[in-house]
Ligand binder design. Structure first.
Ligand SMILES: Cc1cc2nc3c(=O)[nH]c(=O)nc-3n(C[C@H](O)[C@H](O)[C@H](O)COP(=O)(O)OP(=O)(O)OC[C@H]3O[C@@H](n4cnc5c(N)ncnc54)[C@H](O)[C@@H]3O)c2cc1C
Length: 381
């Protein structure tokens, strides 16, 4: 017998955010059908692909090459695309609340909205531009370019994102001088060899580095450290910590220690049957990993399978048999140095050169080609 959860009508699946996981989920088979409606809520029809954004800033890709067109992907899967931003979840009423617009009811919800920058410890952060969220980054940098001479750019944050953006700016903005400002050293969490290869590339490209500089304040023309040191700069780009959406706590959903949606191996939020989360906005509490697109991409297939199965189970009034996601112990990172070369980093191993950039370019283009192909109308043969 169907249980109380069984919807008499078709099952409504709501996807929040067109991040990497949802794009992959749609590409690998998540689709609306006779008994399943799917809505995707995203702020824009074009979703950035982080692997290619630094290359776009460096002038190696056109902007559109580094974005997924959600319109094509949604149309091919029978999914309704709603342009908007989520602002909350009415858990008891099973409704997604939007910043603007009527709430959207759901039977199953999946959240893939990435992170927001954590600038809470930095006074005057409004004088800086943030690298994350990555959507709009190219626009923010183009605006800087149009303001005239790029001058001296300070990129704050020695993680992979900050490093790649520093190289991209150096190569993409003619005449720019770039300083990479770090608090915890270069590429924490990467091996010694990768750090050495990146440092060598920084020197070769004349990108200055400053370490143990904890930015306390941004002023219109300089950065001030907690210990009183300062660095003059025309433009500051911040790639410091990651914060969850500020509306997560009010949802009453389980959160991890960082405030991200706490998920188990099925990517269901802990204690929830109907709410899933993937990518950077989710915290895998049993198998914690650094926030990186590679995990979001691999979670996409599991999100697709589990939403389809959960939907079928709801209609049939039975328990869902869900897949589990096991993240790899360590992920390959390939960091572009903006000059037609890249550094590959995997645990203690690392390599650099033009062939590494060629390898990265092939992986990224193939990924985007697969998403584009999934978004093509199907032939009626
Ligand atoms: C410069 C840079 C380079 C990087 N390069 C790599 C790399 O090469 N490899 C790698 O593994 N990782 C890389 N990363 C990390 C990577 O960007 C993230 O881990 C990845 O984007 C996370 O994917 P996601 O699907 O969780 O979220 P995102 O890709 O951030 O997507 C989230 C989407 O949700 C949308 N959204 C946000 N808020 C809302 C809302 N309220 N309502 C609806 N939609 C919303 C956003 O518009 C966005 O499109 C890089 C990061 C940076 C900054």
């Amino acid at each position: 017998m169907p249980d109380d959860d069984t919807p008499a009508r078709s099952v409504s699946i709501v996807l929040v955010g067109g991040g990497h996981a949802h794009a992959v989920a749609l590409a690998c088979g998540l689709a609306a059908g006779r008994d399943t409606d799917i809505v995707l809520v995203a702020p824009d029809r074009f979703a950035p692909y982080s692997g290619m954004i630094p290359g776009a800033i460096a002038g190696r890709y056109r902007t559109e090459e580094a974005h997924v067109d959600l319109v094509g992907l949604c149309a091919a899967r029978g999914v309704r695309l709603v342009t908007g931003r989520a602002a909350g979840i009415d858990r008891a009423g099973r409704r997604l609340l939007l910043e603007d617009g009527a709430p959207i009811p759901f039977d199953l919800l999946s959240v893939n909205i990435g992170i927001t920058p954590d600038v809470s410890a930095i006074a005057g952060a409004g004088h800086a531009t943030t690298i994350k969220p990555i959507d709009g980054l190219i626009g923010r940098i183009e605006a800087l370019n149009q303001q005239g001479r790029p001058g001296h750019l300070a990129v704050v944050g020695g993680g992979a994102g900050g490093v790649e953006v520093a190289f991209a700016l150096r190569n993409g903005l003619a005449g720019s001088r770039v300083t990479l400002v770090m608090r915890d050293g270069l590429l924490p969490g990467h091996g010694r060899l990768a750090r050495h290869l990146i440092r060598r590339a920084l020197v070769r490209q004349d990108i200055a580095t400053i370490d143990r500089f904890t930015v306390a304040r941004v002023e219109p023309d300089r950065l001030v450290a907690a210990d009183g040191r300062y660095l003059t700069s025309d433009t500051v780009l911040l790639n410091t910590g990651a914060s969850p959406a500020e509306w997560f706590p009010a949802t009453g959903l389980a959160l991890d220690a960082g405030g991200f949606l706490a998920v188990g191996p099925t990517l269901q939020v802990l204690g929830e049957q109907h709410v899933f989360a993937a990518g950077d906005c989710a915290g895998m509490v049993q198998t914690p990993r650094p926030k990186a697109g590679v995990y979001a991409v691999r979670q996409g297939r599991v999100i697709a399978a589990n939403l389809m199965e959960a939907s079928a189970a709801l209609r049939a009034g039975r328990a869902a048999r869900l897949m589990t996601y096991r993240p790899q112990a360590r992920a390959l990172a390939i960091l572009s140095t903006g000059d037609g070369r890249a550094v590959a980093s995997w645990g203690p191993l690392a390599a650099s050169g033009r062939w590494v950039w060629w390898w990265k370019d092939r992986i990224d283009r193939r990924f985007m080609d697969d998403l584009a192909a999934a978004g093509q109308p199907r032939s009626k043969s």
